[in-house]
Design a protein around this ligand. Structure first.
Ligand code: ADP
Ligand code: ZN
Length: 405
């Protein structure tokens, strides 16, 4: 099965075609110009393949509240044409497949958690140190979203004595992590590109101190089981021992864990196991998750290409005056029946699924809020040899069913 993946960046859009396990088969990249130019290029490329879902890891900030009418839109960005652009809705509509979206760093965090440095662990923090600094936190397989989404790059740090630029470069905050420790911050402070600095440059001592402060703040706040540090700046591998040493010192022996010891910390603060592939793997996983969202609400798994959810809105349905009976449920069931007949007429297979969890469905699709789900109709060509469950063919004799009064 093919899944489409989009790594949406400020300079380029990388489209990949892969499988739900994170394997990549095809790739194409387009410069990020305006949505008018770039989105059709993405749609053209991915649309050539029979993808069953799409996953997007995007630059942000994004609206990631599934109940919001602008869910999946880019909110703020220095790229004017992309402000408030409904990236997810545009691609979902054009490609017509279930689509999942998260920030680029959250996608990478999910990938590292699932099949990288976090394999077998219960939680993972991923922080990328590059042009900006971003962080993603995964706990029990779920990427943490909150009020909006975490912006760990902007946590406030204690500026160090002797730092010639103690306020940092962030236009929004004084002495935040990104302002003090991003690639551009290093460059501005020392007047030299981070890429060109030798290992003995004093920049790295300061850099390690700020990144260690961040690690400590996160350890005492969310206690992640592993911390992955990636991004361009972390290509400087000598930063790792410097950061680890400072983390131990700053924690002062307060946190008791085998990971927070001179022996254990080498396996605790680590580089990404997936390298530069974490973004695309994360997007593929988001696509696979989007595909499973409706299926996961049912007790039997049909994995059909389309699932119709039949719901009713009790506020709109007719209510019988005498006994106050609301007919929403009856009307919805009648509609479901018509839909099944229509599907059969089109030569498609379908089944009326009543065995599902309405709570799970409403939690997965907050768009349905206010409606009562009645049935899920799976829709597609049945697998070869598929047959109805045994009870479906049981028939009662007419005499048992019809009573003449
Ligand atoms: P982006 O964050 O733009 O997606 P990167 O993660 O590569 O991309 O970050 C770019 C920043 O990282 C630049 O400021 C650059 O100076 C710095 N950088 C890139 N490679 C290295 C390196 N090998 N050593 C130190 N700094 C680097
Ligand atoms: Zn900031």
């Amino acid at each position: 099965m093919l899944i489409g993946a989009l790594e949406a960046g400020g300079t380029k859009m990388v489209c990949s075609i892969g499988n739900p396990q994170g394997g990549v088969l095809q790739r194409a990249s387009f410069p990020t110009l305006t949505p008018d130019v770039t989105v059709p290029q993405i749609v053209d490329f991915i649309g050539k393949f029979d993808v069953k879902a799409l996953g997007i890891g995007s630059f942000g900030p994004l609206d990631l509240n599934p109940a919001s009418p602008t869910y999946g839109s880019i909110t703020k960005t220095p790229k004017k044409e992309w402000i408030q652009y409904p990236l997810m809705a545009a691609l979902k509509d054009a490609l017509g497949v279930p689509t999942g979206i998260d920030t680029d760093v959250n996608a990478a965090a999910l990938a590292e958690y699932t099949m990288g440095a976090g394999k077998g662990r219960g939680s993972l923090l991923y922080v990328t140190v590059g042009t900006g600094i971003g962080g993603g936190l995964v706990i029990d397989g779920k990427v943490v979203h909150g009020l909006v989404h975490p912006e760990m790059g902007h946590m406030l740090l204690a500026p160090q004595e002797g730092d010639s630029m103690p306020d940092g470069v962030c236009p929004y905050h004084r002495h935040c992590l990104e302002g003090l420790a991003s690639g551009p911050a290093i460059e501005k402070r020392w007047g030299l590109s981070a890429k060109l600095m030798t290992e003995d440059h004093p920049a790295w001592e300061l850099e390690a101190t700020y990144l260690a402060q961040m690690c400590v703040n996160m350890i005492v706040t969310v206690s992640p089981e592993v911390i992955v540090l990636g991004g361009g700046v972390m290509q400087q591998m000598h930063l790792f021992p410097k950061i680890r040493e400072r983390v131990l010192k700053l924690l002062g022996g307060y946190v008791s864990s085998p990971s927070i010891t001179p022996e254990g910390i080498d396996g605790y603060i680590v580089p990404p196991a997936l390298g530069v592939n974490s973004g695309v793997i994360g997007a593929l996983l988001l696509g696979a998750q989007a595909l499973e969202k409706a299926d996961a609400c049912m007790d039997s798994h049909f994995h059909p290409p389309v699932i119709l959810a039949v719901t009713y809105d009790a506020q709109c349905a007719w209510t019988r005056e005498g006994d106050g009976k609301n007919h929403g449920e009856i009307d919805a069931a009648l509609c479901a029946m018509q839909m099944m007949l229509q599907a059969a007429e089109l030569g498609l297979g379908t089944t009326y699924v009543g065995m599902f969890s309405p709570e799970k469905l409403l939690a997965s699709f907050p768009e349905m809020a206010g409606c009562t789900p009645i049935a899920l109709l799976t829709l597609g060509y049945p697998a070869e040899g598929a047959h109805p469950a045994r009870l479906h063919t049981q028939r009662k004799p007419l005499e048992d069913l019809v009573q003449y009064l």
